[in-house]
Design a protein around this ligand. Structure first.
Ligand code: S3P
Length: 448
């Protein structure tokens, strides 16, 4: 289509992919004897948020195929509509977004459970010269926000928080100044919030992450759209000036959703094949950890779309042993710690996760709840300071899990509930709709 950008590769953001090393085991060395259950997971949540927002500020009408239709991405679509941007129905085969200048909303912008919506939209709204008010559900209103409002304020946005460091807050965008900001934690939400502010406000932005690289979808997408984003001496630098044009994209399957099914397969001793899944190396930290634990994983069928590698992950039933997960690995598997902990509960020995303090400020205090629920189910598990330790055992996990409404806890413990002879109950199951609405039927298919 004339004037459209179709993502094929990222021309500007060209950080070397360690993808070849991930694709190295094609050839069937680990092919399983029993028939593998083939699963397609819903679209990537992080990418869906980003393409909705980028399409909203681009000029023209974009089409998004395969985007995630779940509570979190619906929050982003709803917020954009309230800012006057026509966004089609998520869940349709293709979602149209007609980009335009935001207009002042007449109601509060409710980000629901979605930290990504709140922090990324704060970045975009920093360049809109009107007041708007952002809020979220009970969980999101407990999560820290100064880490994003402080640098945006330094760029020139104004904030009126109703409670220190928390939502709700009002925000008024302004003319923005360039910024060079060292983030206090490695976080793709913070990095993207600042890059989006620079993009919308047309000022240079440089950000640096302290240890370990967080997911780089924003850099890849912006690169594919012709925005200059470069890595120099550990700083990620955005040069303003490129006018975003409408684009068509196909969103790959979510590697995090795949991780919960792969973990369930290992726990239940069933082979699993996930197809059409994103293979971005900054999302596959969990694969490296599972392999160290003895998991027989094969990754194949590489192609690049949206600047993102995409393909198939197979896992075969495997004997599992403990491992040490180092601090610099955490940003690359931040959302997978609950399922890795569940797998560690079935492995021989004690697995330790270093520097996982960030888990205390996710949708719940995931660090405390992973340890507490594992203990409830009869495992030795501790969360001390910011270290999580889990000692594996082959006893039958039994008991009632408290998820605090956290989708990733519900999925991780549902997966552990597929261990042989397990009798695991969850206090709720509906939270999975935040990121993976069909999770339980996919779980049933692979463990039946
Ligand atoms: C996300 C980044 C991560 C992750 C979240 C999605 C994103 O948060 O936990 O589920 O899309 O940028 P942090 O960047 O705060 O670690």
């Amino acid at each position: 289509m004339a004037g459209r950008v179709t993502f094929a590769k990222a021309p500007c953001y060209t950080k070397a992919l360690s993808f070849n090393s991930l694709a190295r085991r094609s050839g069937g060395a680990y092919r399983t004897q029993s028939p593998t259950m083939q699963i397609i997971v819903p679209g990537d949540k992080s990418i869906t948020h980003r393409v909705l927002m980028l399409a909203a500020i681009a000029s023209g009408r974009s089409e998004i195929r395969g985007g995630l239709a779940a509570h979190d991405t619906r929050s982003t679509a709803r917020v954009l509509r309230r800012l006057g941007v026509p966004v089609g129905r998520l869940g349709s085969r293709s979602v149209a977004v007609a980009g335009r200048r935001f207009r002042a909303p007449s109601v509060t912008l409710d980000c629901g459970n979605s930290g990504t919506t709140a922090r990324l939209m704060a970045g975009l709204l920093s360049a809109s010269r009107f007041w708007s008010r952002l809020t979220g559900d009970r969980s999101l209103r407990r999560r820290p926000m100064r880490r994003i409002t402080e640098p945006l304020e330094a760029m020139g946005a104004r904030f009126a928080p109703e409670a220190p460091d928390r939502l709700p807050f009002a925000i008024r965008g302004g003319p923005l100044e360039p910024i060079r900001w060292a983030l206090p934690v490695s976080s793709a939400q913070l990095k993207t919030g600042l890059l989006f502010a620079g993009l919308a406000g047309e000022v240079p932005v440089a950000v640096r992450e302290p240890n370990g690289q967080s997911r780089d979808h924003t850099e890849r997408l912006l690169g594919a759209l012709g925005v200059v984003v470069e890595e120099r001496d550990g700083w990620l630098e955005l040069q303003p000036g490129a006018r975003l044009r409408a684009f068509d994209v196909a969103v790959p399957g979510d590697a995090s959703s795949a991780a919960f099914l792969i973990g369930a397969g290992l726990i239940a001793g069933r082979p699993v094949t996930v197809e059409g899944v994103g293979l971005n190396p900054t999302r596959l930290g969990f694969v490296a950890v599972l392999e160290r634990m003895g998991a027989r994983i094969e990754i194949e069928t590489a192609r690049i779309e949206l600047g993102e590698p995409l393909g198939t992950i197979h896992v075969a039933p495997s004997e599992l042993r403990a491992t040490e997960v180092e601090a610099n690995e955490i940003p690359g598997l931040i959302d997978e710690v609950p399922i890795l902990a569940a797998v560690a509960a079935r492995a021989e020995g004690t697995t330790r996760f270093a520097e996982v303090g960030e888990l205390r400020v996710k949708e719940s205090d995931r660090l405390a709840l992973v340890a507490r629920n594992l203990a409830t189910l009869g495992y030795r598990a501790t969360a001390e300071e910011n270290i999580l330790s889990v000692t594996g055992s082959d006893h039958a996990p039994t008991g009632l899990v408290t998820t605090d409404g956290d989708h990733r806890l519900a999925m991780a413990f549902a997966a552990l509930g597929r261990a042989p002879r397990a009798r695991v109950r969850l206090d709720e199951r509906t939270s999975v709709a935040v990121s993976f609405p069909g999770f339980f039927s996919a779980l049933d298919r692979i463990t039946r």
